[in-house]
Design a protein around this ligand. Structure first.
Ligand SMILES: [Zn+2]
Length: 437
């Protein structure tokens, strides 16, 4: 049992939309094992109200005092490619040339287990440095790449979801897989990793053009056979890609509906981007319980387009934020939240909106967890949630100290952190069992 005295940021009513944050200036967070031994939040609230009660209940309880610090839920990244740590920041003429010239050549190297292991260790250290405690991650088409990532996540006691990429066509030698074997490998990886410790598996067709009909059908069959396994893919990122899918499936109603036809839209299915959707697509997202992983730094970097937050809310489908490294330009949730704000403001291709700071934060924590079907598990600090959290130092830089010192409301404070923040804000990332500074 352990307790922390600090300012606390969390979501008292995480299902109420759009996420309203709770802030306790002088708060107490109590963490301890549940019946199954998982470290979870036992109590959260004001120090004045909770301290004596908690000390009666748990005599000898140590309270770590963190003056001037804010404890907040660990961030949840809904879409990231761990093999792209060396692809980040590569110049290219949009999505398809970027895949061809940088991504595919780089992903070839992950056939080697030692190469995958080194990249996985770097990747997880980078996530933790940035305060990201749960991610839904693409590996490569090589099973070794999944074993490396989930093995490393297991060593850190992380709640991590990943999958072997399925891509049996329109891809070069070295990353292209073979249809039948790719499905056998996927099922073996599900059996090996899904539900082990805090790990989960995601069936991972890269995107429609890279998968044959037989491979998509097989992926859909596995998705039906393992309903609590995740599905992750990409949809409607840019117009060239949408046109390519129309050529491949001229009779499909839309790009998104191709996935539906193969049984790949359902709860725990997460599609990156979801930019070039129409109202029928949005209704389909909602009716199937499918979630969007909104990836604004990637969309701005590759010039793909602007996610329509108002359209998503109108249809009422699930979504949350994602870095999409290496199309995305940063691991930092602060950079992603700021980019989401820019994308929201854009008003030429869709209605412009000013996303509220609390809503941006929710989309990267409790809202993202909800979109993954992990509400009440991660992304929040209500009692029963797994104790993954970050300790923020709002005075981490001179400008942050100056600006946050003048904040007159919670929204002003959070927006200062979003606009000015980066990894320097993250003083410590605490994982439900292991500590990692
Ligand atoms: Zn992606």
């Amino acid at each position: 049992m352990k307790a922390y005295r600090a300012s606390l940021l969390y979501f008292a009513a995480p299902e109420s939309l759009p996420g309203q944050a709770a802030f306790e200036q002088d708060g107490l967070l109590v963490v301890g094992p549940d019946a199954t031994g998982r470290q979870v939040v036992q109590a959260i609230g004001s120090y004045q109200q909770l301290a004596s009660q908690v000390q009666n209940q748990y005599p000898g309880l140590q309270i770590e005092h963190l003056p001037g610090r804010i404890i907040a839920p660990g961030f949840v990244d809904m879409h990231i490619h761990y093999p792209q740590i060396d692809v980040i920041g590569s110049p290219a003429e949009g999505l398809l040339p970027w895949l061809e010239n940088y991504t595919f050549p780089h992903e070839k190297r992950f056939s080697a287990p030692e190469y995958s292991a080194e990249a996985a260790a770097f990747f997880i250290a980078e996530l933790l440095r940035h305060g990201v405690t749960t991610a839904l991650a693409f590996a490569t088409s090589h099973p070794a790449s999944v074993n490396a990532l989930l093995g490393e996540a297991q060593r850190h006691s992380l709640r991590m979801i990943a999958g072997k990429v399925l891509m049996d066509q329109n891809a070069p030698d070295g990353v292209r897989d073979e249809t039948r074997q790719s499905l056998i490998d996927t099922e073996a990886l599900i059996e090996k990793w899904h539900g082990v410790d805090r790990l989960g598996y995601a069936i991972t067709p890269r995107f429609v053009p890279s998968c044959s009909e037989a491979q998509l059908r097989g992926a859909g069959e596995l998705a039906a056979q393992y309903p609590d396994v995740w599905i992750q893919s990409h949809v409607a990122e840019n117009r060239d890609e949408v046109a390519w899918v129309r050529q491949l499936y001229p009779r499909a109603r839309s790009y998104l509906s191709v996935y539906e036809d193969f049984g790949l839209l359902r709860p725990r299915a997460v599609y990156a981007h979801c930019i070039h959707l129409d109202e029928d697509d949005r209704a389909l997202m909602r009716s199937t319980g499918t979630a969007a992983a909104v990836s604004p730094t990637s969309n701005l970097f590759l010039g793909s387009g602007f996610f329509d937050h108002a359209g998503a809310d109108r249809a009422g489908f699930l979504y949350g934020l994602a870095s999409d490294v290496g199309g995305g330009t940063s691991f930092s949730p602060f950079h992603t939240m700021l980019a989401a704000y820019y994308v929201g403001r854009e008003g030429q291709t869709k209605p412009g909106v000013s996303l509220k700071p609390q809503h941006l934060w929710w989309q990267h924590t409790a809202g993202a967890a909800r979109a993954l079907g992990l509400q009440g598990v991660v992304g929040n600090l209500l009692p029963g949630c797994e104790a993954d959290f970050v300790v923020l130092n709002p005075r981490a830089t001179p400008l942050l100290a100056r600006k946050t010192g003048q904040a007159g409301s919670l929204d002003e404070l959070l927006f200062s952190l979003i606009v000015l923040g980066d990894d320097r804000l993250i003083e410590k990332t605490v994982i439900s069992q292991a500590d990692s500074a």
